[in-house]
Design a protein around this ligand. Structure first.
Ligand SMILES: Nc1nc2c(ncn2[C@@H]2O[C@H](COP(=O)(O)OP(=O)(O)OP(=O)(O)O)[C@@H](O)[C@H]2O)c(=O)[nH]1
Ligand SMILES: [Mg+2]
Length: 490
C-alpha cells in the first residue's frame, strides 16, 4: 500500500520535490537520495556487525598470555595457530622470512661487537659478575663474586672476518627501518598493579620490537618489497661462509660467553642452520617461525574457533547459547617491565590466564633491569596475579617453560643452589629442580589466592609443537570442564 502522509506533515513538506522541478534536477535529486540511502544502509550494517561482534565477544572465552619477556608467550600463541588456525598461520608464513633473517643478522652483528670490543680492549659496559644474581624471594642475597679476565688471542683472521662481515651492520639498520622499529619506553613497573614507575636500566644492545607486527606479517607484496627481500637474501647468502666461520671460532665463542652478550634466545638454532637459511632457495619452516624472536609491544589479539570436539554436546551448547562453534579470544602481551601497565585493561572479564615462567633463567637477570634476577621477577609477578581480587575467579594455568634449556644448563654444571641457596643439597638434576620450582609456584598460588583455586601447572618446551599440542588440548578440555562446573552443568 502506498504511503499517504498526514496533512501538513513537516517532514513530508521538507522532502517534497519542488513543484517546478526540471528533469535534470529530478535526476540529481534521485541520485542524492540513492547516495543517502546507501550511506544509511552501510551505517546500519556496521551497527549490526558491531552488535554481532559484541555478542560473539561476550560468548568467547577470553585467554590472556602473561609472563616476563622471553618466557614464550608469543611462541605459545604460534602453537595455538598451528593447531587450530592453520589458514591464518599459512597467511603469515611469508611475512616471517624477514624476521628470521633479522634474527640471524642481529646475532652476527652482536658477535661482531663483542669481537670489536675485545680487540679494542674495552671493559664490558657492565660486569655481570659483580652483580648479585640470586633470587632473594627464596633466600637472602649473598656477597658478590668476581671472575678472572685473562686476555683472548685474536688473529688477522678475526680482523679479516670483521671486514668481510661489515655489510651486515648496514643490513641490520636497513632491516630495522623496513620492519619499522617501535619506540623504546623509558619507564617500567614490576607488576601491572604498581602505581609508581621507575626509569629503565637497559643493558647494552637492547632488544628490537616492531611498531606493527600485522603490517610485517601481512605486507603488500609490491615489486619493490620483493626486490628488497631478494637483496637481503643475496647479502646473507654471500656472507654465509664467513658467518659460519665466525660462529664456529672457539676464541669468539669464549668472548661471547665471557661478556654475557644478550643474543636472541634462539641464536644457536639459527646460527647452526646457516647452510639451510642463508641461501637463495630458502623456504620458511614452522620450526623457524617458532624460533624467531621478536619482542612483543602492545597487545596482539587472535581468535581461535574450535569446530568439532567433545564440547559438541547438548550441555555445552547451553552455555554457548546457540553459537555454532566454541571461540577463544587470545591476547598476547609484551612481558618486559616497560610493557606491564598495558596488561591492566585486559584483566576485566578474563576467563583464563596462561602464565609462563622460563625455568632456565634462575641464574640470569632482566634485560630491562640488570639488578633483578629473572626467576625472582617471575615469582613476584605470579604472586601479584594470584593475589589480585579482580582475577579471583579467573582460571590460572602455569607453563613452567623451557624445560629443554633448563636441562642443557644443568648438564653444563650450573648449580641451582648457588643462586637459590634454599634449594640446599637436592640433586642438581632436571626432575628435582623442576619439581622444586613447581612446588614454590603452587605454594604461592594457594597462599595468595583470595578464593580457593585448583592448580594447573605444566612443564613445557613450547618450541616442541607435538608435545605442546597435547598440552593445549588438555588445557582446552580443562577450561571446558571449569566452564561447565561454573555453569553447574556438571
Ligand atoms: N629452546 C626453547 N626456546 C624457547 C622456548 N620457548 C620459547 N623459546 C624461544 O624464546 C624466545 C622468546 O620467546 P617469545 O615467545 O618471543 O617470548 P615472549 O614471552 O613472547 O616475549 P615478549 O614478547 O618479550 O614478552 C623465542 O626465540 C622462542 O623461540 C622453549 O621452551 N625452548
Ligand atoms: Mg611476545
Amino acid at each position: 500500500m502506498a504511503f499517504i502522509p498526514p496533512p501538513n506533515d513537516p517532514f513530508f513538506e521538507l522532502m517534497r520535490p519542488p513543484p517546478n522541478e526540471t528533469p535534470a534536477q529530478m535526476t540529481a535529486r534521485l541520485e542524492r537520495e540513492r547516495e543517502a540511502q546507501r550511506i544509511n544502509d552501510s551505517i546500519e550494517e556496521d551497527i549490526r556487525n558491531h552488535r554481532a561482534r559484541l555478542k560473539r565477544e561476550k560468548a568467547a572465552v577470553k585467554v590472556l598470555l602473561l609472563g616476563q619477556a622471553e618466557s614464550g608467550k608469543s611462541t605459545t600463541l604460534k602453537n595455538f595457530l598451528i593447531k587450530w588456525a592453520p589458514e591464518a598461520w599459512a597467511r603469515e608464513r611469508d611475512g616471517w622470512r624477514l624476521i628470521i633473517h633479522f634474527n640471524i643478522v642481529r646475532a652476527i652483528v652482536a658477535i661482531l661487537r663483542v669481537v670489536e670490543a675485545e680487540l679494542g680492549g674495552d671493559e664490558p659496559l657492565e660486569d655481570d659478575d659483580k652483580l648479585d644474581g640470586r633470587a632473594s624471594i627464596l633466600s637472602p642475597p649473598a656477597s658478590p663474586s668476581s671472575s678472572s679476565r685473562a686476555p683472548l688471542t685474536f688473529t688477522d683472521r678475526h680482523q679479516l672476518l670483521m671486514i668481510r662481515l661489515a655489510p651486515l651492520r648496514g643490513l641490520e639498520a636497513d632491516l630495522k627501518r623496513r620492519l619499522g622499529q617501535s619506540e623504546t619506553p623509558t619507564s617500567m613497573v614490576a607488576s601491572p598493579f604498581d602505581t609508581h614507575a621507575t626509569p629503565t636500566r637497559q643493558r647494552f644492545n637492547p632488544e628490537f620490537s616492531v611498531r606493527n607486527l600485522d603490517d610485517v606479517l601481512s605486507p603488500t607484496w609490491t615489486s619493490a618489497a620483493r626486490a628488497e627481500i631478494a637483496s637481503v637474501t643475496d647479502t646473507l647468502a654471500n656472507c654465509r661462509e664467513d658467518m659460519k666461520a665466525l660462529w664456529a671460532d672457539p676464541v669468539v665463542q669464549q668472548a661471547v660467553k665471557r661478556r654475557k652478550t644478550h643474543l636472541p634466545e634462539s641464536h644457536r638454532y639459527f646460527l647452526d642452520s646457516l647452510d639451510r637459511i642463508a641461501c637463495r632457495t630458502y623456504s620458511v619452516t614452522d620450526n623457524d617461525i617458532l624460533r624467531a624472536r621478536l619482542r612483543t609491544t602492545g597487545v596482539r589479539e587472535h581468535r581461535i574457533v574450535f569446530n568439532n570436539g567433545p564440547w559438541e554436546t547438548t550441555q555445552v551448547s547451553q552455555i554457548r547459547s546457540g553459537q555454532p562453534a566454541w571461540e577463544w579470544c587470545i591476547y598476547d602481551v609484551g612481558g618486559c617491565r616497560t610493557q606491564r601497565t598495558a596488561w591492566l585493561p585486559f584483566f576485566e572479564n578474563t576467563n583464563v590466564i596462561i602464565f609462563l615462567c622460563p625455568m632456565n633463567v634462575f641464574d640470569e637477570r632482566l634485560q630491562e633491569d640488570s639488578r633483578v634476577n629473572r626467576l625472582e621477577d617471575s615469582f613476584l609477578l605470579w604472586q601479584s596475579i594470584c593475589s589480585t581480587k579482580l582475577l579471583a575467579r579467573t582460571q590460572l594455568i602455569m607453563f613452567l617453560n623451557k624445560t629443554d634449556l633448563l636441562k642443557r644448563k644443568l648438564k653444563r654444571g650450573v648449580q641451582v643452589k648457588q643462586y637459590l641457596p634454599s634449594y640446599g643439597n637436592r640433586p642438581n638434576e632436571v626432575g628435582h629442580v623442576s619439581k622444586y620450582f613447581k612446588d614454590k609456584f603452587k605454594e604461592i598460588l594457594h597462599q595468595q589466592s583470595p578464593l580457593p583455586r585448583t592448580h594447573y601447572i605444566y612443564f613445557t618446551t613450547v618450541t616442541d609443537t607435538t608435545s605442546t599440542a597435547k598440552t593445549l588440548e588438555s588445557i582446552r578440555d580443562g577450561v571446558l570442564r571449569e566452564n561447565l562446573k561454573s555453569s553447574q552443568l556438571i
